[in-house]
Design a protein around this ligand. Structure first.
Ligand SMILES: [Zn+2]
Ligand SMILES: [Zn+2]
Length: 97
């Protein structure tokens, strides 16, 4: 029996395409931007904005909530995040309500 698997069967990965008419309506409250409104300081309830920035120990400055606490420059994952309002440090996961 020849082991020639010359079948026309293609096992290509199929990407299921959902309905393309998805209503994206990010215009709640005052058009705050892309930052998830569920993110807030566990201490003072302050919510970070898209323009807010944190500095990594490698001195890179970025929005830590854009990357889930991971510095895009050195890939260090920050388990803690300091509030820019009350200056208190909380576990990064505690910011997600
Ligand atoms: Zn870094
Ligand atoms: Zn705070």
């Amino acid at each position: 029996m020849p082991r020639d698997s010359k079948t026309s069967e293609r096992s290509a990965v199929r990407v299921a395409e959902p309905d393309t008419s998805i209503d994206i309506n990010i215009d709640e409250t005052t058009g705050k931007g892309p930052t998830d409104p569920r993110i807030r300081c566990p201490h003072c309830d302050w919510s970070p904005q898209a323009r807010d920035r944190w500095m990594c120990k490698c001195r890179h400055i970025w929005n830590t909530f854009d990357t889930g606490g991971i510095c895009p420059a050195c890939l260090y994952q920050w388990k803690i995040t300091q509030c820019l309002s009350c200056q208190k440090i909380s576990a990064h996961s505690d910011w997600y309500a």
